[in-house]
Design a protein around this ligand. Structure first.
Ligand code: BYC
Length: 474
């Protein structure tokens, strides 16, 4: 078991107090982080007490404590899951060897780039969500937003710890840079596409926490298999916190649908204009927002065929999510099939080595996981007696990264011309008018227990507290 030091300036279970140089370097980065939080984190609300969960250890039975904290006083700590004695590398060319406690020189730049890419997404999401607090549909939701934000902040700390502890001066410079790039910035944007998309309404926030945080889950699971043990242990613990973020997404979208179904029943209509006038989000608009955030998140897995991904796997840098469930951990000779454009407006199958297909394997696992919530949402729609089904679009639809970047398909993945796509895209993706409508509903509700009219209340409160609890003291 690791020792947990909660009193230190930076709470940790990595014996930071025994490594003065590292401790000093991180304590030097801390004010820069707080300054970034002040400028780029949730706008206003600084002095407000928020009912937050804080990680205080890594024991599955009691890893968090709950209490009121103003966000700038949140105790962002460094926690790694406990070391598994005798852990061996579980895949790739180093299979069966002891895991590494430090980064081998030959893989240093690759690890650094991946840790920076992972780290970059964490503050990026906080920046994207910066203004949402002003339009929260309830105190419960406001608190959940802030919970997600502080934990993304802690995930940034997790990656910065690795950079400082294992990458020397380069790592310290990268840690500084993580605070310099900003979501949507014209000169210094965040690294991955989705994290530069504007997020100015709560439907997008719920879609993002459902679909994009779920990419986080799968990338973290891939890192949890890594031969570089500190990375594996860090990400294993991050996954514990990540689960709540996806819960916010799944229940958030579910509550929007529930409220819409109630009004559809009350008014006995599925007419979009009537429903919008009644102040709820019609199901076709929910489908469009889903199409947007799902496809944007698909890009986060990289190209279908990727020699980068093959190298990560061969070298033990990044495995497949839940590697143990695959039969072959070497994939030396094996092949798989992917669907690519045929260059003549159609599609064709292409055979690639399984190692080159690692991104696609992970993406397909992700799609399966995405479908679980969609099925639940559809069950609610069916139970309400409404003839409508939400459907995830094809992984070929609206792709900007990989084999399908620059090609056009309909949501089912059938190739179409650019002109056809242009003519139909307003039926498939949110238009400026759709977004303006959703934004028009975003009025702040601050009375404990009350909800905005476009969203149903959650089934229960947080940490066994009632829904009427004052989750944020405004
Ligand atoms: N946008 O060979 P390819 C999370 C780049 S989310 C822009 O296919 P590879 C969270 C790619 O970097 C999880 N660029 O790439 C969620 C590469 O560039 P370089 C975040 C993109 O290496 C919510 C080039 O295209 N974690 O935690 O096989 C809230 C060639 O592509 C994009 C990670 O991503 C894109 N969407 O795979 C908070 C894990 N996609 O290197 C947090 C770390 C690809 O040629 N990252 N590119 O300059 C990785 O493992 C890999 O970088 C990727 C790409 C899976 C993203």
């Amino acid at each position: 078991m690791s020792t947990i030091d909660l009193q230190a300036l930076i709470p940790n279970n990595v014996n930071l107090g025994e490594n003065r140089q590292l401790q000093r370097a991180l304590e030097h980065w801390q004010p820069a982080f707080l300054n970034w939080w002040d400028e780029m984190g949730p706008s206003d609300f600084k002095a407000k007490e928020v009912y937050l969960r804080t990680a205080v250890g890594v024991d599955a039975s009691g890893w968090a404590s709950y209490g009121y904290t103003p966000m700038p006083d949140y105790r962002w700590g460094i926690f790694l899951a406990d070391k598994e004695e005798g852990r061996k590398i579980g895949f790739g060319d180093h299979m069966g060897e002891d895991v590494w406690q430090d980064v081998p020189g030959e893989y240093r730049s690759t690890f650094r780039r991946l840790i920076v890419t992972q780290g970059d997404t964490e503050p990026a999401s906080v920046e994207q969500q910066r203004l949402l607090g002003h339009t929260a549909p309830s105190l419960y939701d406001l608190r959940n937003l802030f919970q997600v934000n502080v934990e993304e902040g802690r995930h940034l700390w997790a990656m910065v710890y690795l950079l400082h502890a294992h990458f020397g001066r380069d790592g310290r410079e990268e840690a500084e840079e993580l605070l310099m790039r900003h979501s949507g910035d014209a000169d210094k944007p965040r690294i991955l596409g989705t994290f530069n998309e504007p997020m100015d309404n709560w439907l997008s926030f719920f879609m993002f926490t459902y679909f994009t945080d779920r990419d986080g889950k799968f990338q973290l699971k891939s890192f949890a298999e890594s031969a570089f043990d500190p990375l594996a242990r860090t990400t294993r613990f991050m996954l514990t916190e990540e689960a709540h973020h996806m819960f916010v997404g799944e229940t958030g979208v579910g509550r929007v649908i529930k409220r819409t179904l109630e009004v559809m029943k009350e008014l006995d209509t599925d007419d979009v204009a009537t429903l919008r006038k009644a102040g709820v989000i019609d199901l076709p608009t929910i489908q469009k927002f889903m199409n947007f955030w799902f496809t944007s998140s698909l890009d986060l897995f990289g190209s279908e065929a990727s020699s980068n991904a093959a190298n990560y796997f061969s070298n033990g840098i990044k495995g497949r999510p839940d590697e143990a469930k695959f039969a072959d951990h070497l994939e030396l000779e094996s092949e798989m099939s992917i669907v690519v454009p045929d260059g003549q407006g159609g599609l064709k199958n292409e055979t690639i080595s399984t190692r080159n297909g690692m991104n696609e394997i992970t993406r397909l696992e992700y799609v399966k996981d995405c479908n679980v919530g969609v099925t639940r949402w559809n069950m609610a729609i069916k139970r309400a007696g409404v003839d409508f089904e939400l459907v995830l679009p094809s992984t070929r639809f609206r792709r900007e990264v990989g084999a399908w970047a620059g090609s056009f398909t309909d949501p089912l993945g059938n190739p179409i011309s650019a002109a056809d796509f242009e003519a139909k895209k307003d039926q498939w993706l949110p238009t400026a008018a759709d977004t303006a409508f959703v934004k028009s509903l975003m009025n702040r509700v601050t009375e404990p227990g009350k909800m905005a009219a476009w969203i149903a209340p959650p089934d229960r409160g947080i940490n066994a507290n009632p829904l009427e609890y004052e989750y944020v003291k405004l």
